[in-house]
Design a binder for this molecule. Structure first.
Ligand SMILES: [Fe+2]
Length: 403
């Protein structure tokens, strides 16, 4: 609705910018598509917006303003950095908006003469404007597109501030068609009813990488070029509110687990005063389906679990097994109801869903069920309470009915 009204306003004022084309491109080839919002720096004062066009075109710009009613001539204009890479036919355009005010809504207009993209986003709060935060975590959207689209719909309906997506977006790392489908769906669906685009906080999984494990960065061109996260993009930290920090790690896909351990320790030390600490990594250290003694789960338990325990991380998001999982609280390799860490997983946003181990037979499993799901978190405005609820497909279903 706001989009239509605003475009009409711009047309009346006759100020739509015509993109200077460099060749014989048609407008449709220069249409902004597959808009994705990520963060490279402080989520309370910045936002990164990335989109694709089919052809290079000339200058690609976006405009933004706090209020729609400000004269469009006064909207700030930013020129995108345009690039491509060898494995894609797309041209990508990315802009980082910085110096924003915390906890504010910003309207964005990606320029195009006929089909501009209009939406808004909201910066995360600082200590002066805390609000209740609803956010989601899920993973493994891979191959069943119809299910993925149902999950996207369920996710957007929760009106989340952002989505933590713990890897395995697609099945085939170098399939542009699969990535196009994923980004087309994200663009179309991950927007709220009133036009707010929902940022994604991505983690790398084995399916993002040609060769899956211990490969060079060049083997994951779509992940690294299309999700503009803080460098090096496969492991990073974001302070999402004064009360919540999220660390993202790479489970041996491009950077070795052991190489990230000192960084993880330093990062958690720097953020030790954050009331809530969460971490996401793709391969589950405490699997619901696969082998507990597997190479990567063992490596994670040896190198990362002692660090997240030392710094009292509250929740680790895991994935890769394609089943709903909640562990018991874990510390020192055993159940610890007082001081244990909760591991929530294991992905089910469209990937083939799997039969699980029986929780009665494995001490670390509290619940494990073959069901599509994501996790919903509600952090109270005073930052003291973090409510955790699974959301299942079909909507309203409950895991106890699926056993
Ligand atoms: Fe995986």
């Amino acid at each position: 609705m706001i989009r239509k009204r605003f475009i009409q306003l711009l047309l009346v004022l006759g100020i739509l910018i015509v993109l200077p084309a460099t060749g014989q491109e048609t407008y449709s080839e220069l249409q902004p598509r597959q808009v994705v919002l990520t963060w490279q720096s402080d989520p309370s004062t910045s936002m990164t917006i990335t989109w694709r066009t089919d052809e290079r075109g000339g200058q690609h710009t976006l405009r933004y303003a706090e209020r729609l009613e400000i004269s469009p001539l006064k909207w700030k204009t930013l020129e995108a950095e345009t690039f491509t890479f060898e494995e894609t036919s797309a041209w990508l355009h990315t802009v980082e908006l910085t110096g924003l005010k915390p906890g504010k809504k910003y309207n964005v207009f990606i320029d195009h003469p006929e089909q501009p993209d209009l939406f808004y986003f909201q910066t995360m709060p600082d200590e002066n404007n805390r609000r209740e935060l609803v956010f989601l975590a899920g993973a493994d959207s891979r191959s069943r597109r119809d299910v993925r689209r149902e999950m996207n719909e369920l996710a957007a309906a929760e009106n989340p501030e952002f989505v933590i997506f713990d890897g395995d977006f697609i099945s085939t790392a170098l399939s542009e068609q699969q990535w196009d489908d994923w980004f087309d769906d994200w663009h179309e669906q991950m927007i709220t009813a009133d036009g707010r685009r929902i940022p994604v906080i991505p983690a790398i999984g084995n399916h993002e990488v040609d060769g899956s494990y211990l490969q060079p960065r060049e083997n994951a061109p779509f992940y690294f070029h299309r999700f503009i996260a803080p460098e090096p993009r496969n492991y990073y930290v974001l302070q999402l509110s004064p009360d919540l920090v999220l660390v993202t790690l790479d489970t041996d896909h491009v950077t070795e687990i052991t190489e990230q351990t000192p960084w993880l320790e330093r990062t958690l030390e720097e953020h030790k005063d954050s009331r809530w600490k969460m971490v996401q990594w793709h391969v589950a250290a405490w699997p619901s389906v696969r082998d507990f003694e597997g190479r990567i789960p063992t490596k994670i338990r040896d190198h990362w679990v002692p660090v997240v325990e030392k710094y009292n991380v509250d929740i680790v998001i895991e994935a890769h097994d394609h089943a709903f999982k909640k562990t018991v609280p874990i510390r020192d390799n055993r159940r610890d109801d007082e001081n244990g860490i909760l591991y929530l997983g294991d992905g089910g946003w469209g990937a083939p869903i799997r039969d699980t181990k029986d929780p009665d037979d494995y001490w670390w499993l509290d619940e494990a069920v073959k069901i599509d799901h994501f996790w919903k978190f509600t952090l109270s405005s005073d930052g003291r309470d973090l409510q955790v609820d699974p959301v299942f497909r079909p909507a309203g279903s409950s895991f106890s009915l699926q056993r």
